[in-house]
Design a protein around this ligand. Structure first.
Ligand SMILES: Cc1ncc(COP(=O)(O)O)c(C=O)c1O
Length: 379
């Protein structure tokens, strides 16, 4: 039987149309966007078009879109790009449940002299806006809090945090890698100064992302060399990747409501099917019940080891994850669930299932049956 892939928050197949649009930029239109001849101008125009598509998806000018190699680089450029401008002095506010691309970048800031506050979260994974306000000091220059969590899907109170940052005159960065392309984001309403995006989470190619930067924000580059991306990110642009990213964003945004509703129906179906096979106390959903992404569901199966369950699921042809993609290989307990204080048993037994438009209802029904069989056997 065909394996069932339920780990789309880690990686998802490319949208065939986005792939088709990027291929000619590897063969026919191979010019360097910095070249002044027609080949170069053709590549430059394609990059500019992608920039506009991504800006339009967030309801801002394409001028604000700075292309990077992915979410990790975008997070690092936002955090270190601002801190370096300030001579690595001052104070930054973040949350304990951030992706490691933010957390480890902040830990490096501390080594370089910046003070960092790691805010706690409640049992659903949300920070309290009031605690963000209270953490602000006269030397705070950045609040970096993710839009939605990659392990639980919990969405942070973005508008409230944006408002607090604006009132205090502090820059606000959000890692929207998991949220972008799944829920609508109006950057003007959000009030974020910097937003990290990644193409490969939404059917674009791996190795390309963007940092959307407010007009007045000045960043110290991480890379030195040419004047690409208005001298903020040196290096020849990944033209095919950027074209694929722009294409998938254009294709997704026009059908966002439809995509969201379908993903939501898959999530509901998975929980309904599990409830058919297992007693209520055999599984517990981690995260916020309503303020959450539609395509990620984090479920603990108390008494079962996530590691054993994942291995058995893999043998039975079901691919899921524990914790984030980056930590699942190292089998460390999830820092996200630990910060939510869900209890050691829930942390040990948590599995993340994540879906995409290519996931079918039949796959969900079969996966639920396989999961329930193993859970019953191991409890
Ligand atoms: C929330 C979040 N931020 C950042 C990243 C890193 O993105 P990339 O793989 O494009 O470097 C990921 C990827 O798992 C993510 O889920």
């Amino acid at each position: 039987m065909e394996p069932i892939y339920l780990d789309h928050a880690a990686a998802t197949p490319m949208h065939p149309e986005a792939l088709a649009r990027m291929l000619p930029y590897m063969t026919k239109h191979y010019g360097n966007p910095s070249s002044i001849h027609s080949f170069g101008r053709e590549a430059l125009a394609a990059v500019a078009e992608a920039r506009e598509l991504i800006g339009a998806a967030l309801k801002v000018s394409g001028r604000r879109v700075l292309f990077t190699s992915g979410g990790t680089e975008s997070d690092n450029l936002a955090i270190h790009g601002l801190a370096a401008r300030r001579g690595y002095a001052g104070h930054v506010i973040t949350a304990k449940t951030e992706h490691h691309a933010v957390l480890h970048a902040c830990e490096r800031l501390e080594e370089l002299g910046v003070q960092v506050t790691y805010l706690p979260v409640d049992a659903t994974g949300r920070v309290k806006p009031e605690e963000v306000r209270q953490a602000i000091r006269p030397d705070t220059f950045l609040i970096t809090i993710m839009y939605a969590n990659n392990e639980t899907g919990t969405i942070q109170p973005m508008k409230e945090i944006g408002q607090i940052a604006r009132e205090a005159g502090v820059l606000f960065h959000t890692d929207a890698v998991q949220a972008f392309g799944t829920v609508p984001i109006d950057l003007n309403a959000l009030g974020a100064d910097l937003v990290s995006l990644s193409a490969h989470k939404i059917g674009g190619p791996k190795g390309v992302g963007a940092l959307v930067v407010g007009e007045k924000v000045v960043l110290q580059p991480l890379l030195y060399g040419g004047t690409q991306e208005r001298s903020r990110r040196a290096g020849t642009e990944n033209v095919p990747g950027i074209v694929g990213f722009g294409a998938v964003v254009g294709l997704t945004v026009s059908r966002l409501a439809e995509k969201r509703a379908y993903l939501e129906s898959l999530r509901t179906l998975l929980l309904e099917e599990l409830a058919k096979h297992l007693p209520q106390e055999a599984f517990h959903v981690n995260g916020h019940p309503s303020e959450r992404l539609p395509h990620i569901v984090n479920i603990s199966f108390p008494g079962v080891s996530a590691e054993t369950l994942l291995m058995n699921l893999d043998l039975a042809g079901v691919a899921a994850a524990s914790g984030s993609a980056c930590t699942s290989g190292s089998l460390e307990p999830s820092h996200v669930l630990e910060a939510m204080k869900v209890g050691a048993d829930c942390v040990r037994s948590a599995i993340r299932f994540s879906f995409a438009p290519v996931t079918t209802k039949q796959e969900i029904v079969r996966a639920a049956e396989i999961v329930a069989t193993f859970v019953r056997r191991h409890t």
